[in-house]
Design a protein around this ligand. Structure first.
Ligand SMILES: N[C@@H](CCC(=O)N[C@@H](CS)C(=O)NCC(=O)O)C(=O)O
Length: 279
């Protein structure tokens, strides 16, 4: 691992690392906030998955997570949203596909299958790497994210309930298999057989029997992607039918930006901390 930057913050340390990813077959960059409490022993881990067009950097600059992470003594890891760089197949003019738009899935179609393996990267490779380098308590992990990253967090938690003790999302894409901004990407990454898309769709996973202990979702009412792309009511219906306790709050007049995410960041970190650090 190569240290790109390190900066003291709230008594802890905000760092950025680059490493050669075997899974994505390219260098990958991630941000990690280590709270001061790590000096006294392993701390819980909270994974933050970002949305379309983002890298590790957006939430680091605009997510305002460090004060709450420091107060609660949790590490926050912010991975990139896709493989990227020279030689990685991409559609540079398309912000809903390729670089910045990995959708947290393992592509099966050429020419994407070699590099676009974000599910395996987030679930397997990156946890193994960070647990080698930092005293993290990998028995206490939570996951959250924004938009495409909310979709990633909920689907990963549904499929790995023993791994992720807690899960929450800001404005998640709830049913990517039918949303206009994700369908074309799913077809290119996974092929035309839509049954192969179900493991990457929260509502389909719930319909197929996957469960969560509970789930926190915040959604802005002035979010321009609400009606076509996000549609929290689909997740709400799936959770009601499956008896999954969903705490969904519609936040009046908030949009899709990091002004919304950062407003509710401390509440989400508190939700995770109560589940990862019980009294
Ligand atoms: N580029 C898109 C917007 C994409 C967008 O809103 N991305 C969200 C996640 S889905 C984001 O976090 N963008 C980065 C940022 O605000 O820093 C557009 O022009 O409509």
């Amino acid at each position: 691992m190569e240290l790109i930057s390190s900066s003291k913050a709230f008594g802890g340390s905000q760092r950025v690392y680059r490493h050669d990813s075997t899974v994505c077959a390219c260098p990958m960059t991630f941000a990690i906030f280590l709270p001061q409490q790590i000096e006294d022993g392993p701390v819980p881990v909270l994974w933050y998955l970002s949305g379309l067009t983002c890298s590790h950097q957006n939430v680091m600059d605009k997510g305002e997570y460090r004060a709450a992470a420091a107060a609660n003594g949790v590490a926050i890891i912010c991975p990139d949203t896709s493989p990227r760089g020279e030689g990685i197949p991409d559609e540079p003019d398309n912000w809903q596909f390729g670089s910045g738009a990995g959708f947290y899935l393992d592509a099966t179609q050429e020419p994407y299958a070699k590099n676009y393996r974000m599910e395996s990267y987030i679930r397997d490779e990156l946890p193994a790497l960070v647990s080698q380098h930092f005293p993290l308590d990998m028995g206490r992990q939570g996951i959250f994210g924004h938009s495409m990253g909310g979709h990633g967090a909920i689907t990963l938690a549904l499929k790995n309930p023993l791994r992720y003790t807690s899960v929450s999302a800001f404005a998640p894409i709830t049913q990517p298999s039918t949303a206009g901004w994700s369908r074309p990407a799913f077809e290119k990454y996974l092929g035309p057989d839509e049954t192969t898309w179900r493991p990457y769709d929260s509502t389909a996973l719930i319909a197929d029997g996957h469960r969560l202990k509970d789930l926190l979702v915040d959604q802005g009412t002035a979010d321009g992607f609400l009606q076509e792309g996000l549609r929290p009511w689909l997740l709400e219906l799936a959770c009601v039918q499956a008896e999954i306790p969903l705490e969904l709050t519609m936040r009046e007049s908030y949009d899709h930006s990091y002004n919304f995410v950062s407003t509710f960041m401390a509440q989400h970190i508190g939700w995770h901390a109560r589940r990862l650090l019980p009294d």
